[in-house]
Design a protein around this ligand. Structure first.
Ligand code: S3P
Length: 190
């Protein structure tokens, strides 16, 4: 086994032993919530759920279509209900949420009550690079994506700061971010 993989595996086993509640990933679009969330679930051998996928499955529509046909408030309500349902399942698991979920007061309350929240913090310039050419995210189709991401960061970063843990998501391999997440989780769980 690669020494890095071995380090990840032994840290993950330690964390898994102590983790009793779900871990929710938050952060802006492009922060790597789904990517890192899947890796984290794999390392901890826990189920992974993406709340955006669950919303699309429940609605039978794409997120962009929900926004276009019913508007953002309708989407936020669906998001709150889906996340409440996901977090109603007892025990640990990894949940990637859409970037607006933890910035929405009612949804944030549920997440704070039921889960351990991890904010993947990233520079808007990097987020713009990662989401370039994306057509699935309606909020980035309203103008220049980098400016929109900067505006969202200004509004949301103070709210994301309520998360239990903050991890910087930089321009590094996802495994490097995974390792940072595992180290922070290990420290947090004491
Ligand atoms: C949104 C982020 C998206 C999705 C929707 C709205 C937001 O999820 O929920 O387009 O408000 O930031 P990702 O953060 O996974 O892209």
């Amino acid at each position: 086994m690669d020494p890095n993989d071995l380090q990840i595996a032994s840290l993950a086993a330690e964390i898994r032993r102590r983790l009793e509640i779900p871990v929710v990933l938050t952060g802006l679009m492009g922060a790597g919530k789904t990517r890192v969330g899947r890796l984290l679930a794999g390392a901890l051998d826990l189920p992974f759920v993406d709340s955006d996928d669950e919303i699309e499955a429940a609605a039978g529509r794409r997120i962009a279509d929900i926004f276009a046909e019913d508007g953002e408030p309708f989407f936020r309500d669906a998001e709150r209900r889906v996340i409440t349902r996901i977090l109603g399942t007892p025990g640990p698991g990894i949940v990637a949420t859409g970037g607006g979920a933890f910035a929405h007061p009612a949804t944030a309350e549920i997440i704070l009550e039921k889960a351990l929240t991890l904010w993947l913090r990233a520079d808007p310039a990097l987020l713009a690079k990662r989401t370039a050419g994306d057509r699935k995210r309606p909020l980035l189709a309203r103008g220049d994506p980098e400016s929109l991401l900067r505006e969202l960061a200004e509004k949301r970063y103070p709210l994301y700061a309520r998360a239990n843990l903050v991890i910087d998501s930089e321009d590094v391999a996802p495994n490097v971010t995974l390792m940072r997440v595992l180290e922070k989780l290990d420290d947090y769980l004491g």
